[in-house]
Design a protein around this ligand. Structure first.
Ligand SMILES: O=C(O)CCC(=O)C(=O)O
Length: 268
């Protein structure tokens, strides 16, 4: 499975319109990959809390339409990172905004949405401005060499909650895709926890982080792809870059067969 991770850098000066056009261009340049992945909240700004309400949009809004067209032109499955989603109806005590990932098929069809379950901010940011998602999402992603790969979705802070990944595993996930806006000061946790999820769940982990500095927060970069044995197959640095990697999808079932630790679980 050929995968491209676009570790996008942005600051405060680029408009959402300009950034969207730049991202669509970067996605089109990844033709030939099976899956292209973008970071969390790149249109609204991961830590740009004050702009979220104004930049919120529907899952068929202008950013989604630009991503759908880019996926179709490049003929790739596109994990478009996440947007601040505005949707109706709003629950009685709800906020009507979610941190929502969008996945498009190579035909440009929106095939999956995932609303981030664990909100980051310790009372501020996401918990005060957004609602929490409740639904697990696992989808089949087609691979040019034949067949599909079962991909479980999660976002950034979710990575700190291993029980979520066990549940995705139990729904058949072989790969976890994790877009993020993870700060530089805790980037060691980002890489370590990604490797831990790969080892404990015997899954491929694809982590696409943000780079650059926006809203006074320096992002950590260090996107990575880890195979089901825990081996880091590709790793980015601190700045904007595209990681391109051909993942051997036979490794996961072979590793699960030769080291059958999952079969020894006792509490499920
Ligand atoms: O858990 C962390 O250290 C960072 C999480 C985060 O930045 C997020 O979920 O947006």
């Amino acid at each position: 499975m050929k995968v491209a991770l676009i570790q996008l850098a942005y600051g405060d000066d680029e408009s959402v319109l300009d950034r969207t056009a730049r991202v669509a261009h970067l996605v089109r340049a990844q033709a030939g990959h099976d899956l292209v992945v973008l970071p969390e909240l790149w249109p609204a700004g991961g830590f740009d809390y004050t702009a979220w309400d104004e930049r919120a949009e529907a899952v068929d809004g202008p950013v989604a339409q630009a991503l759908a067209a880019a996926a179709r032109d490049a003929r790739v499955t596109l994990h478009g990172g996440s947007i601040v989603e505005r949707a109706e109806p709003v629950e009685a005590d709800g906020r009507g905004l979610w941190n929502t990932s969008l996945v498009f098929s190579p035909d440009g069809e929106l095939v999956a949405t995932y609303r981030k379950i664990h909100r980051f901010g310790f009372g501020e940011g996401e918990p005060s401005l957004m609602d929490a998602g409740a639904d697990l999402v696992v989808l089949d992603v087609p691979v040019a060499t034949g067949g599909t790969v079962s991909v479980g979705l999660s976002t950034c802070y979710d990575l700190r909650f291993p029980e979520l990944y066990r549940r995705l595993l139990d729904r058949g996930a072989e790969v976890f895709v994790i877009p993020a806006a993870w700060p530089r000061r805790r980037v060691a946790h980002w890489t370590l926890l990604g490797q831990a999820r790969a080892v404990e769940d015997q899954c491929v982990v694809i982590q696409c982080n943000t780079a650059g500095t926006h809203a006074r927060h320096e992002m950590g970069g260090h996107s990575q792809v880890v195979d089901a044995t825990g081996k880091v197959l590709a790793a980015a640095g601190l700045d904007e870059e595209v990681l391109s990697i051909d993942i051997d999808t036979t490794v996961t079932p072979e590793w699960r067969r030769t080291f059958p630790v999952l079969a020894d679980r006792r509490l499920s």
